[in-house]
Design a protein around this ligand. Sequence first.
Ligand code: BGC
Length: 1000
Amino acid sequence: MKKMKKLNLLGFFLLGCFIATAQDSAIKSSVRNVETKVDSVLALMTIEEKVGQLVQYNGSWDLTGPASEMNNKQKEENLKAGKVGAMLNVLSVEATREAQKLVMENSRLKIPLMFGYDVIHGYTTIFPVPLAETASWDLEAMERTAQIAALESAANGVNWTFSPMIDVSRDARWGRIMEGSGEDPYLTSKVAVAKVKGYQSDDLSNPQSIAATAKHFAGYGFGEAGRDYNTVHIGENELHNTILPPFEAAAKAGVATFMNAFNDLDGIPATGHKTLQRDILKKDWDWDGFVVSDWGSIPEMIAHGFAKDKKEAAKIALNAGSDMDMEGGAYESSLVSLVEEREVSEDYIDDAVRRVLRVKFKLGLFDNPYLYSNAKLLEEISFEEHKNVARDVARKSIVLLKNEGELLPIKESVKKIAVIGPLADDNDTPIGNWRAQGESNSAVSLLEGLQNNLSENIKITYAKGADLGIGERSFLMPLEINKTDTSGFEEAINTASEADLVIMALGEDAFQTGEGRSQVNIGLAGVQQELLEEIYEVNQNVVLVLINGRPLEITWASENIPAIVEAWQLGSESGNAIADVLLGDYNPSGKLPVSFPRAVGQEPLYYNQKSTGRPSNPIHVTYSGYTDEKNDALFPFGFGLSYTTFEYGDLTISDEELTPEKPIEVSFNLSNTGKREGKEIVQLYIRDFVASTTRPVKELKGFEAVTLAPGETKTVTFEINEPMLRFYGANKTWESESGEFEVFIGGNSRDLKKASFNLKKLGLKASAQELIWKEDFEGDSLNMENWSYETGDGCPDLCGWGNNERQIYSEDYVEVKDGKLVITADKVGDAYYSGKVNTKDKFEFQYGTVEVRAKLPDGHGLWPAIWMLGDNINEVGWPASGEIDIMEFVGRQPDTIHNALHTPASHGDTENIKTTPVKNATSGFHVFKMNWTEDAITFYIDGEKTYTFSPLEKNEETYPYHHPFYFLLNLAVGGNFGGPEVDDSIFPKQFLIDYVKVYK
Ligand code: BGC
């Protein structure tokens, strides 16, 4: 057990068994959607109750951080008073029921609690630690283990896990590197999505799934010198390109909560970081879950020197967008008075509470607060089946680092095996540090695994050789390492010298990695190296099995020991999984998600480094390297051997020029040149040679598992498209830049085949100009191939769509002048007329981004607009075909711009019209942008997101945007539209369009 005492709330909570029904809740679920429900609850709440929802208590004496000052009696009173929104470390059906009951039976509004817990790699059944599991590169397997962890948690009353940890980390000294997915943002993003899907399923109210947490937001993996909780110095470029992508992926995958981080980031503690939490996470990513602080991280801003006391810390954190205070005691003591004193706006509080309530509704807690405290679910679980999954994923996570002379798999000629090492018969270390409710000593040890799986003709002898971790081993306490006692060496040496093969299990104690477990040495701790060398002296047939949570410095072993197996901390089924690999029942396929250094002094070490201005010089010292060691890794990212061999053929590229409209393909033949069936994780890397900011020497952009029979060859093809080449560059947006690229393919990040290609984008406005305009509006450059306007009077084809303007179509009203498209309105008789151009039947498209730079006319009554209409408008009519108003300027309301959508279900509904005030709306050019996907339509004005439209249920009524649309540029005016009071003379009457870009 991670915790010293199994938590039992019965000690101070009321006893009793109370089955809740929907009527227990003061809030009925009859209201239609979650948002309405949330608002209806919020409307009932006092400020004290609101703040209560933002408070999280630890269950009792089960600590994962410094203890708070509050005693249990007081906690109980606060629960009854509705002053607590969530708890953590309350485990078991009984304990969660008891706590929930206090709230449901005593508080005024009976808002159910959430129960969080660090279910990091399993609840009862323990899977490989996350770093290990990532080495499987098997996203389906990772989703499955999260699903099982969710089921076992839910069955014990826990409905919220503080996982996945998706901090990219490149420093093996950091003990928490074990909790993440390693050094690469792309791979970590993929794992993040798999984990969120696994924990949450596609319906949070499913009682077998639980809410997940993307943590720690952000930068926690970059603590200086690998020291936990340490300062993080990274710039905007690294933040966006490396640290944020997994978080954005998790947000987009619908993760219910985020946890912020202990560290400061370029001077601002993450917990008080407004740009991160409010601007990026909540605004730019449009994410609607809630942010929980890390344990006590709000008051820790006092020690950071960022807040003078708890009250100021509460103010900073809440204003910065930290919604819930985990065990910090800052929100409960200060928020109410901060609101009264107007230091924190009630709007911010309401937003935070809404977020919390939203997750609770989605979890189904308002319908049944005891949904997750269901003993029956526990009875139905097949732990046997979970064990099988644990064994399968564990063996997929093993990485074969070296296998000289094909020592592995163990040959039939081997009759006597010596199993040696402090971790060889250790049932505890494979469970790892974050072991949730996995019982101590419950893993199958390596020795047991071999005994279970080896045939009886093979004799196994065992000698421990030495201890590794000694004394008390627990989550919070320092670990003592045996550095002196070698009294077991002699027996081990004797045992080894009599064997045909030695299997040595060395590495790290479970409590050498995890929170607070940073180390400056990452070699084999204690007397292990000495033991290894002495054993090797007497028997060179050594298979070194590493059991550890971080990359280790194993240079000596890599030079001397013939076979090395990276077996990490593999969880409950560790020994059986290792035996499967050693015996050849499973052909290893894992690949390292982190670089293994030659020396700890190389840390932080990662494959996707920058080139520097002095990348290499074999002659002089004046380049970016070391004088006493090589630069590269001992075992690089992506590395892992198999019992068979794979050969990569040369790359064929379908076209050397890639454009945003036209992806290319790279293909090659992969052959199994060995004697066994094997699975190879094929990796695709890309390098951008010259860019507006420096770029890594290579970056992972894709991977695929390919299984081949001996002698078999398969052609493998990857698509390379423009979005894969985007990065956060000098323009401070994610975009690709034209130029030369290299694509690499191989079985690790070092040994690669390559080919070159060019990305061709015709400058900033390029693709659109090609599609829509002739070059740069010079002369009469409106590209008539893509646009049309009709001449003549009256109301031809497009009259009546959207407004009732009269229209005149003639070259006088639509022309290209000084590089701008000018659309003019004029008064003819009593009415105003307008020009209108469109791309109907000429250029229609579906999904992508449209960007228009335009200057609006001022005055009242004019109605310039940039629209899109469905190409099926003639068949289904309007609004059934849908309408997307990228920009609509209703001149009667100066300085406000509409982004609007019309669907059959929402036509006329103001919810779908977002009005945004724009400074100097008519006095300068503004950029109007719209991004359209299968799932959402998002609008931007001058780079600021203004509105996202994404109905939960999507069908032709609510989201008729699954077919191509065409453009309309319009200056529309009805004679009476401006109203009688309008002074005609003020109209400049011209709508200027600088460019229209369209890209995918
Ligand atoms: C850790 C978090 C964890 C929390 C709750 C903190 O010390 O940094 O990752 O979720 O405790 O146990």
